[in-house]
Design a binder for this molecule. Structure first.
Ligand SMILES: Nc1ncnc2c1ncn2[C@@H]1O[C@H](COP(=O)(O)OP(=O)(O)OP(=O)(O)O)[C@@H](O)[C@H]1O
Ligand SMILES: [Mg+2]
Length: 213
């Protein structure tokens, strides 16, 4: 697998489309345990990402991801904007100056991105957040690379484990964000941030599969 900057822009643009498509659903999920704005936050954020990147026209993947992260931080009021923004900016630091990336780069990006979310959010796995859809994906990515599997197969397993992590957020009590005010009443509800994280990882899989054909 090798993804160049044009293809990365294509993937980000597809993420924007998916967030627009899932806007209502994500806000509905947030309405049940939060303030009902997650869909709006994500669609606003990734629209800003798409616009920013179009005007940049850079072939440096690190630069593209940095600009994407900044657009998320600057344009999203909610907790998720700064968290996703930090993740993109941290991911950017692994690929500065590169015009193409491979699966190992992606591992490093996701590793740094997740670390950034945990630091910024003072949160960890099991808090019923986006982390619960990202950490299992990162573990699967590591396993796949270590056993030298085909990159597309790895990305498929990555999104599958993210899906499971997302679904598992229904079974746990929220410890961070507004949802934590509900305590035990947050059980039974799927975390909106874990859901948007799954959509991002799923879109990466779908798009890379298309590109690699
Ligand atoms: N401290 C945190 N660490 C990691 N993820 C978090 C944290 N706080 C919230 N989240 C994630 O952000 C999502 C909510 O994002 P949203 O766009 O609705 O922002 P918000 O309304 O400001 O958030 P919140 O109400 O959770 O503070 C949650 O579903 C959760 O996945
Ligand atoms: Mg919200």
């Amino acid at each position: 697998m090798s993804i160049n900057s044009t293809q990365l822009v294509q993937i980000l643009s597809k993420i924007n489309m998916i967030m627009e498509e899932k806007k209502l659903y994500l806000s509905e999920l947030d309405g049940a345990i939060g303030d009902g704005d997650h869909g709006l936050n994500m669609s606003k954020g990734f629209k800003a990402v798409e616009e920013k990147i179009k005007e940049e026209d850079s072939s440096d993947i690190g630069n593209i991801l940095k600009k994407a992260g900044m657009a998320l931080v600057l344009n999203v009021g909610g907790a998720s904007g700064p968290l996703y923004g930090t993740a993109f900016m941290k991911a950017a630091t692994c690929v500065n100056g590169k015009s193409s990336i491979d699966i190992v780069d992606f591992y490093n990006m996701l590793y740094e991105g997740l670390k950034g979310i945990k630091q910024r959010g003072k949160s960890d796995k099991g808090d019923k957040t986006m982390i619960d859809a990202i950490e299992p994906a990162l573990e699967e990515l590591k396993k796949g690379i270590e056993s030298k599997e085909d990159s597309i197969k790895i990305l498929e397993k990555v999104k599958e484990s993210s899906l499971k992590g997302m679904e598992n957020t229904k079974n746990i009590i929220a410890k961070k964000g507004r949802a934590s005010y509900l305590g035990e009443r947050s059980i039974g509800h799927q975390d909106p941030g874990a859901t948007s994280s799954f959509y991002i990882l799923n879109t990466i899989y779908e798009e890379v599969k298309k590109i690699s054909k």
